[in-house]
Design a protein around this ligand. Structure first.
Ligand code: GLY
Length: 258
């Protein structure tokens, strides 16, 4: 099934090494290696039949390669978010200029203060969107998001987060009713109607895989997840994201797919 025609990515900037980190995966990112991994990521996406728009590095924002957070792009509208992390809030400005090349003015929406929302907390499952209430996404942000989605015929439900940074840190939809789940999401009633693929704790990072037009991109180094995804019948590409992991970033964080 071809669902996505376009992907937007932003090259990592040198200040990537100053990006926000919880320290869960210790170490300082190696910038040159991060660039090489980004090259591989773009190559993998291009193999999935999408046109990849590559934005230049933005030194003003250390975390700006994680383009998933400042916007949510759907078939019917684009929603520019209001990131809850202060150092990331301004990332929306230049990204919106690019998004305007793809969406007409009347289909570009905004989350505004006091609402905050980051795209990493949003998981699209068909016409339904799950939104994590996290330290970055607040009640008012979710209220605005749900109201906006409703105008476009989408539904939305809130998922309470306990430990993870973003919703998609621990749960990701692979289409065909298949859901990768780890940690706090394994037993959540919110996901009872999906076929759950439970990720072992030692491979929790790899819950963050991305489905792109029937290919699933899996982070390199997670054999159990790789095998589980393969056994579902998907084509699989692996990409090493070790330098982004040090900043709590995963495969989904590095692109907008639409
Ligand atoms: N370093 C990614 C984030 O915390 O937003």
């Amino acid at each position: 099934m071809k669902k996505f025609n376009n992907v937007i990515v932003r090259r990592p900037c040198r200040r990537l090494v100053e990006g926000i980190t919880s320290g869960l995966y210790p170490g300082r990112p190696d910038y040159e290696l991060a660039l090489k991994q980004h090259d591989s990521y773009i190559k993998a996406l291009a193999q999935c039949g999408v046109r990849v728009t590559v934005l230049p590095a933005d030194e003003a924002f250390p975390d700006s390669c994680f383009v998933e957070d400042p916007a949510v792009l759907t078939e019917r509208c684009a929603i520019i978010t209001n990131p809850g992390a202060a150092s990331r809030n301004g990332e929306t400005v230049s990204l919106e200029k690019t998004i305007r090349l793809f969406y007409p003015e009347e289909r570009i929406e905004h989350i505004t203060s006091p609402g905050t929302l980051e795209g990493g907390d949003v998981m699209m499952c068909g016409d339904h969107f799950f939104v994590g209430r996290s330290e970055r996404t607040n009640e008012e942000g979710i209220r605005q998001f749900a109201q906006t989605l409703a105008r476009y015929g989408y539904t939305c439900s809130e998922v309470a987060l306990e430990h993870v940074l973003h919703l998609k840190t621990g749960v990701n939809y692979l289409e065909n009713n298949n859901l990768l789940v780890s940690g706090e999401f394994i037993d959540k009633a919110d996901f009872r109607d999906y076929r759950k693929i439970v990720i072992p704790e030692e491979e929790a990072y790899a819950a963050n895989c991305i489905w792109v037009n029937d290919t699933v991109i899996v982070p390199e180094g997670y054999p159990a997840v790789l095998e589980a995804v393969r056994s579902l019948g998907y084509d699989v590409i692996t990409v090493d994201t070790s330098e982004y992991r040090k900043l709590d970033g995963g495969l989904s964080c590095l692109s907008l797919r639409f």
